[in-house]
Design a protein around this ligand. Structure first.
Ligand SMILES: NC(=O)c1ccc[n+]([C@@H]2O[C@H](COP(=O)([O-])OP(=O)(O)OC[C@H]3O[C@@H](n4cnc5c(N)ncnc54)[C@H](OP(=O)(O)O)[C@@H]3O)[C@@H](O)[C@H]2O)c1
Length: 293
């Protein structure tokens, strides 16, 4: 791999999440001896992000390289990919902007990591680009965020620590908010909404990706109503509709096909709480006006 490549290029560094990634990379890169650059479509905004990250971390970042790349310009994505060993792609919704970055990364010889929580995008990318990525000896890894690192690690932990055959893992999630209440950023909300609206695409995608279904589980879990009181935690819950289930299914499929481990059934729940009226309105207000349903 060419020496001139940056170890990491953060694409979408100006976004809500991208800015956290910049700060974290700034913190750990020195210790790890990593070179890095930021990328996006606005030089001015990227410069401001570096200035802000410099204030937050106390690191000298004003001279960091800025690469200009736009998802509507494939050549600019390819140029960016040729300058990176790994692209941390924070540009979403991935349904709209992800594929061209994955394609350019593979062509340009860079590995691609993203924080997508969109099952249709992730499974489509695996279906279309797994072989090409393998040929180019690069990795395409999705869901490197809240979706779905805790779920993956949780199952690994259970497999390692449970003294017996793990049949199913069930997780319970509870949201806590500070005095200002809850809010969700528009980019994330938009991605989630499009995901729900197009969930129907998953069936045919999955059939092509995994023609053979996982063997049925020996110990069935009793069907529950949409809202149920868990006898494990003694609180009211409902199914969490995030992407964890889909991500875990892909891991279980892979492990099963490779003959590594017996598949584990995964169920995710979220605790039901009373939502404050002003929280609910805040969430609605963040809905992007460009979100066409
Ligand atoms: N897995 C997880 O746990 C997790 C957590 C958080 C977020 N996410 C996902 O991460 C994605 C980003 O979320 P966010 O809330 O950070 O969104 P955001 O604040 O709206 O940021 C979007 C970023 O994409 C850039 N962008 C948009 N269109 C572009 C284009 N045509 N070319 C180049 N850059 C473009 C924006 O650049 P400009 O500044 O130039 O507009 C901005 O940097 C979403 O898909 C979200 O679901 C996942």
């Amino acid at each position: 791999m060419a020496e001139s490549r940056f170890d990491i290029v953060i694409f979408g560094a100006t976004g809500f999440t991208g800015q956290f990634v910049v700060e974290e990379v700034a913190r750990v890169s020195e210790e790890e001896g990593l070179t890095w650059a930021v990328a996006g479509r606005s030089m001015d905004k990227l410069q401001k992000v570096l200035t802000q990250a410099s204030k937050m971390t106390g690191k000298e970042l004003e001279e960091k390289t800025i690469l200009i790349a736009d998802t509507s310009n494939y050549e600019s994505l390819l140029e960016m990919a040729k300058k990176a060993k790994v692209i941390l792609n924070c540009v979403g919704p991935y349904r709209f902007y992800g594929e061209q970055v994955v394609k350019a990364s593979i062509e340009g010889g860079a590995s691609h990591l993203d924080i997508s929580g969109e099952p249709q995008y992730m499974e489509k990318m695996q279906l279309m680009y797994h072989g090409k990525a393998k040929e180019s000896k690069v990795y395409v890894v999705s869901a490197c965020g809240f979706d779905s690192i805790p779920a993956e690690y949780g199952i690994l932990h259970a497999l390692q620590k449970f003294d017996g055959q793990v049949n199913s893992v069930e997780s319970y999630m509870e949201f806590h908010t500070g005095p200002e209440g809850a809010a969700i950023n528009s980019g994330t909300l938009e991605s989630a909404l499009y995901g729900f609206l197009h969930a129907g695409e998953l069936k045919s995608l999955r059939k092509s990706l995994f023609p053979e279904a996982l063997p049925s589980f020996k110990h069935k879990i009793t069907k529950r109503s949409a809202f149920f009181k868990s006898d494990v935690i003694n609180k009211w819950c409902t199914t969490f509709l995030g992407s964890d289930k889909s991500v875990i299914y892909r891991t279980q499929q892979y492990n099963h096909l490779e003959g590594k481990t017996k598949p584990v059934r995964y169920i995710t729940n979220i605790l039901v709480k009373k939502t404050r009226k002003d929280d609910f309105f805040k969430i609605l207000l963040t809905l992007s006006p460009s979100c066409k349903v």
